[in-house]
Design a protein around this ligand. Sequence first.
Ligand code: 13P
Length: 340
Amino acid sequence: MSFADELITTAQAMVTPGKGILAADESAPTIEKRFKSIDVASTEENRRSYRELLFTTQGADEFVSGVILFDETIRQSAGDGTPFPKLLASQGIIPGIKVDKGAKPLPGSPNEKVTEGLDGLRDRLIEYRGLGARFAKWRAVIAIGDDIPSANCIHTNAHALARYAALCVEQGLVPIVEPEVLMDGSHTLERCHDVTSRTLSATFHELFLQGVPLEQIILKPNMVLSGKDCPQQASVRQVAEATIDCFLNTVPAAVPGICFLSGGQSDEDATAHLNEMNRIGGFPWEMSFSYGRALQAPALKAWGGKADQVPAAQRAYYHRAKCNGAARYGKYTPDMEKAA
Ligand code: 13P
């Protein structure tokens, strides 16, 4: 049986106008790091209650089309016993699952990484679909430095992304294809444009070679940004124009949507950049968000691990979701921050 029609429908639903994706798929080491920043121990119960807080936020479904879960989270339930995938689906939010096993050192190039997790992936996808997941995510990491990225790093990661995507399509999950060019470093906007262009071209070349139907995938890339330590930071307008230019030259129009990661941008920057792109317009894809930190940071801080702060944390999450929902139409204004 082919899942083609279902996958096209799911991919389009993931990029419904006005909505985007919440990335809540922090791996064990990453959520520990996030919890450490608010002085909360990373126990299974704390991770569960934090995710329950997010998934039970009233009205989030107005702006959130899907949520990416981690392996532990897709098996957990809300306090009333409802499994998280069911809880999300009951609100019309599509459950998804992170399936890569992390970025590991690339042999022969100590400062570069290759994402692992292909062995046994077909069986894991079958299990995740059974648990309610309808899309998946695989993140590849490309660092910019003096002599990197190497052609080998770009090629190896693109090949793995396409292997993963082909398996997802076979097993009935929409693959989120995530090649992330990191913002760490002092490189310029132009250098990020060049590396992102090369990364995306290689990725779509591999997707083509491996027969992945582009109508059935979602792309989750970085925006084209100045390096974090670059003395000359590009303006919101420059970021939006450079990003649109890069994607028009590398991403086929058959892809239904581009859902950006936030990648260490401040929450308000991530919203402003997305908003500017949608204000400019003139591209064939839905331009949306799949933010982790940029949707969660204020909520995590407001929560601080305290049960009586759950409503404040939910208000903070709802607010960021609403701002990004407005940015989907190019209708976000900084006043929305003050009004909250
Ligand atoms: P950030 O938005 O925090 O970069 O996370 C998105 C994500 O899912 C990275 O894989």
